[in-house]
Design a protein around this ligand. Structure first.
Ligand SMILES: Cc1cc2nc3c(=O)[nH]c(=O)nc-3n(C[C@H](O)[C@H](O)[C@H](O)COP(=O)(O)OP(=O)(O)OC[C@H]3O[C@@H](n4cnc5c(N)ncnc54)[C@H](O)[C@@H]3O)c2cc1C
Ligand code: SF4
Length: 338
């Protein structure tokens, strides 16, 4: 059985105190919310903080406010179960409710938070292993080692962004509020991520993610589809988030964001641009799905072969577009979704 190493647990009851404690302890401290990713990582010695700053006692971080008319604010400490079960989110930000509802298992969703999901560590077959396993292969540069075992000639780590909600939040145009010792800032989702498997967040160690802000619903609809081996609780090895604003049967605006194909969520901009001003015909859906597969460049470091995951990008983007506007596999109005 893997055990947690010793550490000091600090339990602030305000964001201000959490920020101060994080700033005082610097890189030796880590924030913990639900702990569903962090504690297993500590057991495998992927993380070795001597201090944990717990966010569970901060009431201001929990809850959902606002409406689709004005925009919705979700506290970072809100559980995934509460996000997926929230009526306004399920109705007007459907893709987000779907993504939160397919993270892991019900037990993890009852404890894991949206903030933790947005900040969740990147993953790789050579990294998400016990300390003994990693030691046997002489470690890798993400923790304790020198080189990348997936791409030995590479100077960077290619671990995979594996959050289910991040691609959807990106596609919805969400922003996040970060509060740190130097003040507060609100940034769009793309600005939170970096294309690096180790330094994957553009967030300072003392910064606490306090809120996720969704813009007004404004006629947008959204969907999230996830590829994984075991439907009951696996991480995504491909996530496809599509958001679109329709006017009749014409697409007025669209965003397509792919998860688990790079070290950050990857926006398929040319694919979305090809939709604008067009009707969603079967031919257009095929063309857009092909375009979306362009930026999908999975490496051979998660479950399933990387060429299969790339191929499935096309399939999932086409499926998502059809489902979003209620078409069946042949491009006819789907009676079940009508
Ligand atoms: C068996 C298993 C299956 C899983 N499957 C999935 C899956 O399918 N999809 C998926 O996306 N995830 C999955 N996870 C990972 C994890 O459970 C979720 O991502 C969860 O949402 C993490 O939230 P948490 O509150 O538990 O985060 P924690 O574990 O507490 O923290 C995760 C990271 O976020 C940071 N953090 C947390 N809150 C904040 C904050 N407010 N501000 C700044 N930093 C913060 C922590 O410092 C840490 O680095 C799985 C985990 C397990 C154990
Ligand atoms: S991509 Fe390379 S450096 Fe990064 S975790 Fe995997 S093996 Fe390690």
């Amino acid at each position: 059985m893997m055990r947690l190493p010793p550490f000091t647990y600090l339990a602030p009851v305000s964001v201000r105190d959490a920020v101060k404690l994080s700033a005082d302890h610097g890189p030796e401290a880590m924030l913990v919310a639900g702990g569903t990713d962090l504690y297993p990582n500590m057991k495998r010695r992927q993380f070795e903080p001597s201090v944990l700053v717990g966010l569970r006692g901060i009431r201001d971080l929990v809850g959902v406010s606002g409406s689709a008319r004005t925009g919705v604010v979700i506290g970072a400490g809100t559980t995934l179960a509460d996000v997926s079960g929230h009526a306004e989110i399920a109705r007007h930000y459907t893709g987000l409710a779907e993504a939160a509802g397919v993270v892991s298992s019900p037990q993890v969703r009852n404890v894991g938070t949206l903030g933790g999901n947005v900040c969740v560590d990147t993953r790789c077959n050579y990294y998400n292993q016990s300390y003994e396993w990693r030691k046997a292969v002489n470690f890798c540069m993400k923790k304790d080692g020198e080189i990348c075992l997936v791409a030995p000639g590479s100077s960077r780590c290619w671990a995979v962004s594996s959050s289910d909600t991040a691609p959807v939040l990106w596609s919805l145009g969400a922003t996040v509020r970060l509060v740190g010792a130097g003040g507060e800032r609100t940034i769009p989702m793309p600005a939170l991520y970096r294309d690096d498997g180790i330094e994957y967040l553009a967030k300072r160690v003392d910064e606490v993610l306090t809120e996720i802000l969704l813009p007004p619903g404004d006629g947008w609809s959204s969907i999230y589809l996830k590829l994984r081996r075991r439907g009951s609780f696996d991480f995504p090895v491909l996530g496809v988030a599509v958001a679109a604003r329709m006017e009749g049967d014409t697409v007025r605006d669209a965003r397509i964001v792919l998860g688990a194909v790079a070290s950050l969520p990857r926006e398929a901009k040319p694919a979305a641009a090809a939709l604008i001003g067009e009707r969603l015909t079967p031919e257009l859906i095929t063309r857009v799905a092909d375009l979306a597969a362009g930026p999908s460049k999975p490496l051979d470091n998660t479950d399933y072969a990387h060429f299969y995951r790339k191929k499935m990008t096309r399939v999932f983007v086409a499926r998502a577009l059809r489902q979003l506007v209620g078409l069946d596999a042949e491009g006819r109005a789907d009676e079940e979704s009508a």
